[in-house]
Design a binder for this molecule. Structure first.
Ligand code: PLP
Length: 397
């Protein structure tokens, strides 16, 4: 018999994953070239050549006992030092080894931080729409996820709505920019307004509210748009970073937390996070990947490739009469369903072998998410189907 809690997780199991499985079944029936699967944020751009070169060089030249061994639960000191120095060069910060904790991807980092901070019943705020796994990560530690709507026109955070949602139980506010699922990059002004709300509320309630900046898409931004470094705007910020998207390594499960020395209870939080990494069963982040990514700090994924997909899709969808949020970052396009029940729209697209995910999976019905981290051919071959859908729904007249 599985636990009561697990029953609810299984029942609510990710619609994104379900769609991905569906895609595989359809590919077996129609052939992979005739299924246009925009369901999963699995990068199709290969990892930069530097990653393979680094792995080979490490395996050939470094001590295998060190490379494959246990280390400090927070990760190798030299790796954490290299990451700290890299961030310092980018953002003018003064981080050291103690401020970096290597994690099992962004998901691992969030679970480590949530385990460190949350007591049962504590509240975690997220802006809607949001990455659906935040629900599970919060429930893992018996926290309560509180969803706050964003500005309905811009999909930027709404500082007033945030202020109204904060209570004395609010421990963590999550921001995710560039955003999954909207592709929106939060502006410096909006983030400063969020920081101001949090400062005020902390003072008013006499509590600590940590801002958790979930940043797997940090480097995937277009047209030179600024992705602000949030710890410089709000003192109690923790950054959760991941190489899943920035280096196309989602299966390798590698990322890190930045825990700035200025945060409240820094010593307790870092000690707690170190233990959390161990007792959640991660023990430490994958050792070979720690060593490899530390050698690839300046490597970049092919953002121009995603940009090409973005341009193709947005041009066609705009011409066809669809309404969508112009994506500034990540590789997601947030499209308004032509009918209120977006599940019907998802089904209509599926009939044309086009797969994308219902907005309700992100806590925001009436919209759908198109993940365009797919081959150019997939985008090109799906365009006629999108045009047909527009005609069927009477758009663009
Ligand atoms: N946060 C967001 C917003 C994501 O989109 C994802 C993955 O898609 C994650 C966290 C988890 O990333 P990781 O694979 O690094 O655990």
């Amino acid at each position: 018999m599985i636990s009561e809690k697990m029953k609810t997780y299984v029942a609510g199991s990710s619609a994104i994953r379900a769609m991905f499985e569906e895609g595989k079944k359809m590919a077996a029936i129609y052939g992979a070239d005739h299924v246009y699967d925009f369901s999963l944020g699995n990068p199709n751009v290969p990892a930069p050549a530097e990653v393979k070169a680094a792995i080979i060089d490490i395996l050939e030249k470094e001590d295998p006992v060190l490379v494959h061994g246990y280390m400090n639960n927070s990760g190798y000191e030299d790796v954490r030092g290299a990451i700290a120095a890299h961030l310092n060069s980018l953002y003018g910060t003064a981080y050291g080894v103690a401020n970096i904790l290597m994690t099992v991807g962004a998901a691992g980092g969030m679970n480590v931080f949530f385990k460190t901070i949350l007591n049962p019943g504590d509240e975690v705020i997220t802006f809607t729409p949001y990455f659906g796994e935040y629900r599970s990560y919060t429930a893992n530690f018996d926290g309560k996820l509180v969803a706050v709507p964003v500005d309905a026109d811009t999909f930027q955070p709404d500082p007033e709505a945030l202020a109204a949602a904060i209570t004395e139980r609010t421990k963590i506010v999550i921001v995710n920019s560039p955003n999954n699922p909207t592709g929106v990059v939060y502006t410096r002004d909006k983030l400063a307004a969020v920081a101001e709300v949090l400062e005020k509320k902390q003072a008013e309630l006499g509590t600590t509210i940590y801002l958790f900046s979930d940043e797997p898409y940090r480097e995937i931004a277009y047209d030179g748009i600024e992705v602000p470094w949030i710890p410089s705007l709000y003192r109690n910020t923790i950054v959760g970073y991941s190489y899943s998207k920035s280096l196309s390594l989602p299966g390798e499960r590698i990322g890190y937390l930045v825990l700035p020395s200025e945060i409240d209870d820094f010593a307790d939080v870092t000690a707690g996070a170190n233990v959390a990494n161990r007792i959640l069963g991660f023990v430490n982040a994958p050792s070979l990947m720690q060593r490899a990514t530390a050698r690839c700090l300046d490597a970049q994924t092919d953002v121009a490739f995603y940009d090409g997909n973005r341009k193709l899709l947005t041009e066609t969808l705009r011409e066809a009469g669809f309404t969508f949020v112009n994506p500034d970052g990540a590789f997601y396009l947030w499209l308004k369903s032509p009918v209120e029940d977006e599940k019907a729209f998802v089904a209509a697209a599926k009939a044309k072998q086009i797969l994308f995910v219902q907005g309700s999976s992100f806590g925001c019905g009436g919209w759908v998410r198109i993940a365009y981290c797919v081959s150019r051919a997939t985008v090109e071959n799906a365009l006629p189907g999108f045009k047909e859908l527009a005609v069927e729904y009477g758009l663009g007249r």
